[in-house]
Design a protein around this ligand. Sequence first.
Ligand SMILES: [Zn+2]
Length: 303
Amino acid sequence: MPFKARTVPGKLIILRILNKRMDQTVDEKKYYLYQEKGFEGEVQFDLLTAKIQSECYILNDLLLNVNNTTFQLDTTIIFQKKISFFEVKNYEGDYCFRNGRFETLAEKEIKNPLDQLRRSKSLLRQLLQKHGYNLPIEGYVVFINPRFTLYQAPVNEPIIYPTQLDTLMENLNAQPSKLTTQHKKIAEKLVSLHQTESQYSQVPTFKYSQLKKGMTCKVCNSFSMFIQGKKIVCGDCGFEEFVEPAVMRNVEELKLLFPSLKITTNVIYEWCMGAVSKKTLSRILARNFNKVGVRQWTFYDNE
Ligand SMILES: [Zn+2]
């Protein structure tokens, strides 16, 4: 059990909704897939660290700030004698390390994860010092994807290649483990300093009119949904869901995209493209929200 679990970033949730409901430019689509892939890599690394046997505190996904500088740590593990943190990269394909730079084989330079690592290490050290802690810190870039190859890979940099993941785990398992309240305090301090990133930063701009309306399948995102009794069924993958949770899922999407929009029966009727009758919608909304007004333009506030 991690001390701090990873959740799907708000930004990614919004990008997922936009991806299925909006025509996106090639760059927007690329950006979305890059975020999705990055998150997938982090989750995969979580599956590995979850198996660590030695006593430690695992903090997944920290967004911290020191001296007005923000930095993000994908995975931080507090051991008895050190703090290890990992910058997880889910790169796939062939890359080359040339003159201290990371490049694609076509010699296009990409952001150097080692620079990011050094920056994070320095900032984390400053942050811990500020709060009176001085455990040694070590940081690694982890390339998690088995299809990643780095030509002319450097030997002396803090990088874990896909073929070294097993060794890394053995290493972490061999860490001396006698945690004290002091370690717990560090873990609690870091979690308390974790900041929430605005989920609307770095998402493409969108208007209500641009979005595809209709209810979507929970499993495959299809819009081909039809009502069958108390359930709504996906015409593409056959997934069945009760109408109420399905409606609420789609209401939540609308609320995430437009947090200040007043939720009314008519608004949701349009959002769901009339898939569910107004009478049923009205009942569902009344059950799930606090009624603020009455009659046709009834406003609901989330409880
Ligand atoms: Zn489906």
